[in-house]
Design a protein around this ligand. Structure first.
Ligand SMILES: Cc1cc2nc3c(=O)[nH]c(=O)nc-3n(C[C@H](O)[C@H](O)[C@H](O)COP(=O)(O)OP(=O)(O)OC[C@H]3O[C@@H](n4cnc5c(N)ncnc54)[C@H](O)[C@@H]3O)c2cc1C
Length: 406
């Protein structure tokens, strides 16, 4: 019998965990498994804000794919996906084509700009190692320029973050730690630097418990973060950003605007003809697309409704990793010619947002609130658990976060 071709697109949390699980559960004679990714490394997207702020080197965040993939079981192709043709069961890459019997789409997220003029052109986004490295270098370069200008130029030292949701708050927390270091290094008084977080909703961290929000805002404000809450970003320009608050328009002059206020699924998915909501396919309970029995979606490209709230689950690494378990199981079942597919049942174990290297807030074990150092330790435990799952004790020791007494 011909061995089925299983193709996994993207080596983010969802894609790489699917591959690792399949390499454990499928014999070499059962299927050909191919993993496609743009880079030769997997990166921990949930650490990118630290790389962007410059508080953690990006080499800590990326993991060579060859370190976790057994090349005798998985064929790794470093290439960029251009499009998917589900009717022909083909994937077009920048440098070739792949045919599949079963496909797993794990191409992750991209920024949702909500049509805000100038955002795409003038704002930075935290979405990959490359983009995080660019933000870090850009901020440093602006600090380095400051004392070389004839006139003081506030634009160089104003850093604006769009969005006070999970990602925006985590990034601002890292910047609050990093800015004093940069000031020391570039001989700039701390009070000259403004760190401004702009949020359209009536609160920071919408959806979080008010006590946690209050703690987070107090912690960040005490480290010099200014919040503009209820402030709708109207435009991003080459010299900063314009927002509207209480029906008044204000401008913040800045060379550094970072957008952290919205994501959507990878546009390749809708451009390939799958029906999506903001690039996310509303998958069946076995994580297949509604129209194709041989196409699974994992991670941020999938939309799953929480029956209790009747709203989509937020796209998170936690969800992507859990979905990978179901996808790997179901792909294995189909590859073996069996039919007992299992439904995906999310098991949300909590949410912890960091506020810098030794501060955080979160809710774990259903409704236990954590603040400060204990939340920060919990965040590191979550990160380390993932590394252990992905690559065992060796990877954990190499890349884990053990600096709990920082
Ligand atoms: C700064 C930040 C902090 C976050 N913190 C948390 C957190 O604390 N907890 C949490 O649960 N979630 C967090 N998230 C959300 C989480 O990172 C995402 O939900 C998660 O990364 C989704 O995983 P994924 O596998 O779908 O995609 P991704 O992790 O985005 O991976 C997609 C992969 O596909 C590759 N790829 C994309 N396009 C192509 C192409 N055309 N060709 C080839 N390869 C391609 C990419 O290079 C990447 O390797 C955070 C996100 C950000 C940005």
């Amino acid at each position: 019998m011909k061995k089925p071709n299983i193709v996994i697109l993207g080596a983010g949390y969802g894609g790489i965990m699917t591959a690792v699980k399949l390499q454990k559960s499928l014999g070499v004679n059962e299927a050909n498994v191919t993993l496609v990714n743009r880079h030769s490394y997997h990166y921990q997207t949930t650490w990118l804000h630290e790389n962007a702020a410059g508080t953690l080197h990006h080499d800590r965040t990326r993991i060579p794919i060859k370190d976790v993939i057994n090349s005798s079981k998985i064929n790794f192709v470093q290439d960029s996906v251009i499009s998917i043709n589900p009717d022909e069961k083909q994937v077009t890459l920048e440098n070739g084509e792949l045919e599949y019997d079963y496909l797993v789409i794990g191409l992750g997220f991209e920024a949702e700009t909500f049509g805000i003029p100038g955002l795409k052109e003038h704002a930075f986004g935290i979405s990959s190692i490359n983009s995080a490295r660019l933000i870090r270098q850009h901020i440093e370069y602006n600090f380095a320029r400051y004392n070389n200008e004839k006139e003081p130029n506030e634009e160089l030292l104003n850093i604006v973050v769009g969005g006070a949701g999970f990602t925006g708050i985590e990034f601002v927390g890292e910047l609050a730690n990093r800015v004093p270091e940069l000031c020391k290094e570039y001989d700039i008084p701390r009070e000259k630097v403004r760190l401004i977080n702009v949020e359209a909703a009536p609160t920071a961290l919408p959806g979080f418990d008010p006590a946690l929000v209050e703690y987070a805002m107090n912690s960040l404000e005490s480290r010099g973060v200014e919040f503009k809450i209820g402030a709708m970003i109207k435009e991003v320009t080459p010299n900063g950003l314009i927002y509207e608050k209480d029906e008044k328009r204000e401008e913040i002059r800045s060379n550094t605007v970072v957008w952290a206020a919205g994501v959507r699924g990878n546009s390749i998915v809708d451009e390939s003809g799958f029906e999506t909501m903001r690039g996310r396919v509303k998958v069946r309970e076995d994580l297949r697309t509604p129209d194709y029995d041989d196409v699974f979606v994992v991670g941020d490209c999938a939309l799953i409704i929480n029956e209790e709230t009747d709203r989509p689950y937020p796209p998170t690494a936690q969800m992507a990793i859990q979905m990978a378990g179901t996808v790997a199981h179901n792909v294995k079942v189909l590859a073996r010619g069996e039919t007992d597919l299992e439904p995906f049942e999310p098991n949300i174990q909590g949410t912890v947002a960091s506020l810098g290297h030794d501060d955080a807030i979160g809710v774990v074990f259903d409704d236990k609130k954590l603040f400060g150092w204990s939340a920060s330790v919990m965040k590191k435990v979550i990160d380390n658990r993932y590394l252990l799952k992905l690559g065992g004790i060796g990877l954990l020791l190499k890349k884990g976060k053990f600096n709990i007494f920082h």
